[in-house]
Design a protein around this ligand. Structure first.
Ligand code: TRP
Length: 478
């Protein structure tokens, strides 16, 4: 019977079968640019240690139970995000939550592909040793010109340059979804992800022994609560969802591929811990270097790209080798995440809209790439701004360019709302016996953590998310 369930799942989803080692897949989805690119730069923008503490609270009290809820719904529903809701709660509007996830997936992958393209470009830069002998200012300037497409005459004549790399990355992402997932990615990630961890640890050591590095360590560990803004709390929550791949159905979709023998509770804790550890270690590699080389901590999306080449330079001859390896591995980490985003869309189109897998992949990849091109252009020539609900001294809304706009809308709104919905679904809508049956693999496992999970999914996660929203609106003050 058990075998049959999995066979059915793998027939419906050729190319992404239940054989895919699920922990590697889920961790591969969670660990990506969110940990190494986004986490350090939003920590920098939000003043350091105090933000990290709030982030960790969000991970433990909201992220972990939401991840388990998604796995649970996916494995019980045996379908994509929309289909699993429909199956577990037929004739109710819960599946709308699945749709919202599809929208979020389009948004997130459009800018994700752009940043992943930058990492591919940095592989080339490291291979050609282009940063050697450049000052920190010059390295920062080079990054700025690249992502904005600024040519040497000051025009945006090079706008196509980052887009070229973005398109390349999106083609590989679509290619993996079309064919290579079954045998390739899992095997590679099992070797490559520990290697990435190893390189980050080496970078940690190098960064922390740079002159002036301690200011960076202090920035990461000594909280300055005064530096925290109201919007920081929503940023922390939004990033907890982004980093753990939650709130849009990735973990529902992956949950549907998890074998009935796997312990869902243990898996979700392992993935959560691995993801958080990598983010913290990345911060520890970057901030000491930020301070040692005089990069501005609040510099934004360029932080990692403007900082790490200095560390490689400081390593001497072997720095180039480390640099190449680092950016190759970061590109792979980005790939295992981007396929998990595209898979949400494709699984939906195939199972709910009866589209052929090939067509579903190609169409959605093209639309996402076009939106991504707009993201890239919004960093340079395209200056239109869009309002995001974010209270500041100047009013209720803050204006952002397209790139930041879809980043904020998806991470800070769509994902937490998705998380609110799924924890409410598991905590209040599903029958307790069904939840228990799924968590215990039909009675085979002891679920000693059940009470804790119930309190978190039923009360702490939904209420926590609501409080953060109300706080962000200025309706409640903490
Ligand atoms: N978590 C990934 C990262 O940190 C990105 C990602 C993959 C994601 N799947 C997702 C983000 C689903 C939100 C939702 O890089």
């Amino acid at each position: 019977m058990e075998k049959k369930v999995n066979e059915v799942a793998s027939v419906a989803r050729d190319g992404f079968t239940s054989k895919f080692g699920i922990i590697a897949a889920a961790a591969g989805s969670a660990i990506g640019l969110g940990n190494i690119w986004k986490f350090p730069y939003i920590v920098g923008q939000n003043g350091g240690a105090a933000f990290i503490i709030i982030y960790l609270v969000c991970i433990a009290l909201i992220g972990a139970p939401v991840m388990l809820s998604e796995f649970l719904v996916g494995r019980r529903g045996q379908k994509n995000a929309v289909g699993s809701y429909k199956k577990l709660a037929p004739n109710t509007p819960w599946f709308i939550n699945g749709w919202m996830g599809i929208v979020a997936a389009f948004m997130i992958l459009s800018f994700y592909g752009v940043v992943a393209g930058w990492t591919v470009f940095y592989v080339v830069k490291m291979l050609t040793n282009s940063f050697a002998a450049l000052s920190p200012e010059e390295i920062g300037g080079m990054f700025g010109s690249f992502i904005t497409g600024t040519a040497s005459d000051g025009s945006f004549g090079q706008w196509w340059h980052p887009i070229m790399y973005q398109i390349l990355f999106m083609i590989v992402t679509a290619g993996v979804i079309l064919g290579g997932v079954k045998n390739g990615i899992e095997k590679y990630s099992k070797i490559l992800m520990p290697l990435l961890l190893l390189i980050i640890i080496i970078l940690d050591i190098k960064a922390m022994t740079l002159p002036g590095a301690m200011a960076g360590v202090e920035f990461l560990f000594k909280p300055n609560w005064a530096a925290l803004e109201v919007s920081s709390v929503l940023d922390a929550l939004g990033h907890a969802f982004f980093s753990l791949s939650l709130g849009m159905g990735t973990m529902i979709t992956y949950g549907s591929y998890i074998s009935k023998k796997e312990n869902l509770g243990v898996t979700s804790i392992q993935v959560t811990i691995a993801d958080t550890l990598i983010a913290l270690l990345a911060g520890l590699a970057i901030f000491p270097a930020v301070f040692a080389f005089g990069v501005a901590p609040a510099e934004g999306p360029g932080l990692v790209f403007a900082t790490l080449p200095n560390v490689f330079n400081a390593m001497g001859g072997i720095g180039q080798i480390f640099g190449v390896m680092f950016f190759v591995l970061l590109s792979v980490a980005a790939l295992t995440s981007s396929i998990s985003i595209l898979e949400v869309v494709v699984a939906y189109l195939v199972e709910e809209m009866n589209l052929e897998r090939k067509k579903a992949t190609i169409y959605s990849a093209i639309i996402i790439t076009i939106s991504g091109i707009l993201c890239s252009l919004s960093l340079g020539p395209w200056t239109t701004t869009f309002p995001v609900l974010e209270i500041s001294e100047t009013g209720m809304f803050t204006q952002y360019g397209y790139f930041d706009f879809i980043d904020k809308i998806s991470a800070n709104f769509l994902l937490p709302i998705g998380g609110l919905a799924i924890s409410t679904f598991v905590g209040w809508k599903m029958r307790k016996e069904d939840v228990m049956d799924e968590l215990s693999n039909s009675g085979l496992l002891k679920v000693s953590y059940y009470v804790v999970f119930e309190i978190l999914a039923k009360y702490v996660a939904p209420i926590g998310i609501l409080i953060v929203f109300l706080y962000n609106l200025g309706i409640i003050k903490l």
